[in-house]
Design a protein around this ligand. Structure first.
Ligand SMILES: *Cc1c(COP(=O)(O)O)cnc(C)c1O
Length: 368
């Protein structure tokens, strides 16, 4: 049996172990926020934003951000149909309705034309999810948002390392959110981050994140509103501090893996994650989409992976296909692409020969 090739895996060095150990030994009492605050500062610097709040998940960061924007029952929030449920679930927590629109065939992200067409008087936000590290058409989305007075939010959970015309993903919209789940480029096991340049929004989310206790409130145990409990622990933040110190290397490694795949898959009738001029793709998840007209069965290809001890994954289903939402087969690209695409393994310890081994299966399957 060939060695196991995982789907994703974190990159943990002595530095992460050292910081986490220090947090476990010493990070209590007066020092119980030290790594959290340090992580927030480093993350802000990396991203180039004014404010950051560490959270227990990206889902929680999105929930608080949407709540702070006043989104509630009957409101609509537009996002792409092709997505992970975590981007849509917080909308429903607030009693609002996700409005799923189709994606562009080349970026696999929101199609601005469909966004424009989906706007109603109930629309309260647009969530731009940078899928698999691919960037949304932010200029067009921001223009639509501005025209209608609707904030554009970035779910940048998959896009650490992605840069849109000089600005890092997550730093461009009204607010941005990140995930540090174990599968992501930067991990704390579980965790997330809320970022913004808007001082008022920051204060509001900070209060919400502290069970509604405002920063200036002198009375102890006195919440001024109902808030949330989505905090990151100091031990998780310690791991985050080590990861953010290594962020350039972590991103570079993911980009190198993608570049190797690209070389080995050249000439095949597939498209990979795009990197349009003026942008950088953080390459969280190398994925292939097989051209229309070419015979392809994703389950068959994944089965050949499994037979060789390789873990590949299916491309996201359209969320509107799930039983809790109304189906929207008019989202033609979303309803076609998932059957014609898969995610390829990508993590920092993946070796060049292992990448070649994966690529060889794709080549063989496609008869090349
Ligand atoms: C991973 C992911 C999330 C969820 O992050 P959690 O930290 O698990 O809540 C949200 N959105 C996108 C796009 C993701 O990839």
């Amino acid at each position: 049996m060939n060695s196991r090739i995982h789907y994703t895996k974190p990159s943990i060095t002595e530095k992460e172990v050292e910081y986490a150990t220090d947090a476990a030994r010493n990070g209590w009492g007066e020092r119980c926020y030290e790594y959290i605050h340090r992580f927030e500062v480093f993350f802000k610097q990396h991203l180039g934003v004014n404010y950051a709040i560490a959270t227990s998940s990206c889902t929680g960061a999105l929930h608080m951000g949407l709540a702070a924007l006043g989104i509630g029952p009957g409101d609509e929030v537009i996002l792409a149909d092709t997505n992970w449920i975590a981007s849509a679930a917080p909308i429903t927590y607030l009693g609002a309705n996700p409005v799923f629109v189709d994606i562009l065939p080349d970026t696999w992200c929101l199609d601005p034309q469909h966004v424009r067409a989906a706007i109603t008087p109930q629309t309260k936000a647009i969530i731009a999810v940078h899928l698999y590290g691919n960037l949304c058409e932010m200029d067009e989305l921001l223009a639509i948002g501005e025209q209608h007075g609707i904030p554009v939010i970035e779910d940048a959970a998959e896009a650490i390392g992605s840069i849109y015309h000089g600005k890092r993903a997550g730093s461009i919209g009204k607010f941005g959110t990140f995930s540090f789940h174990g599968t992501k480029t930067l991990t704390t096991g579980e965790g997330g981050m809320f970022v913004t340049n808007d001082a008022d929004l920051y204060e509001h989310v900070l209060t919400l994140s502290n069970h509604g206790r405002a920063k200036g409130q002198a009375r102890q145990f006195w919440p001024d509103m109902i808030g949330f409990k989505y905090k990151m622990s100091n031990i998780q933040a310690a791991i985050g501090c080590a990861q953010i110190e290594r962020i350039d290397d972590l991103i570079a490694a993911k980009r190198q893996i993608f570049s190797n795949y690209k070389t080995h898959l050249s000439g095949l009738p597939v498209s990979l994650n795009p990197e349009p001029t003026g942008t950088v793709n953080g390459c969280w998840m190398p994925s292939i989409v097989v051209e229309n007209g070419v015979a392809f069965d994703r389950e068959q290809l994944l089965a050949t992976f499994r037979a060789d001890n390789i873990d590949g994954r299916v491309f996201f289903w359209p969320l509107s296909m799930l039983p809790m939402f109304d189906s929207k087969p008019e989202n033609k690209v979303s309803y076609q692409i998932f059957n014609r695409a898969i995610n390829l393994p990508s993590y920092h310890d993946l070796t060049a020969p292992e990448i070649e081994r994966v690529a060889q299966h794709v080549r063989a399957y496609l008869g090349a």
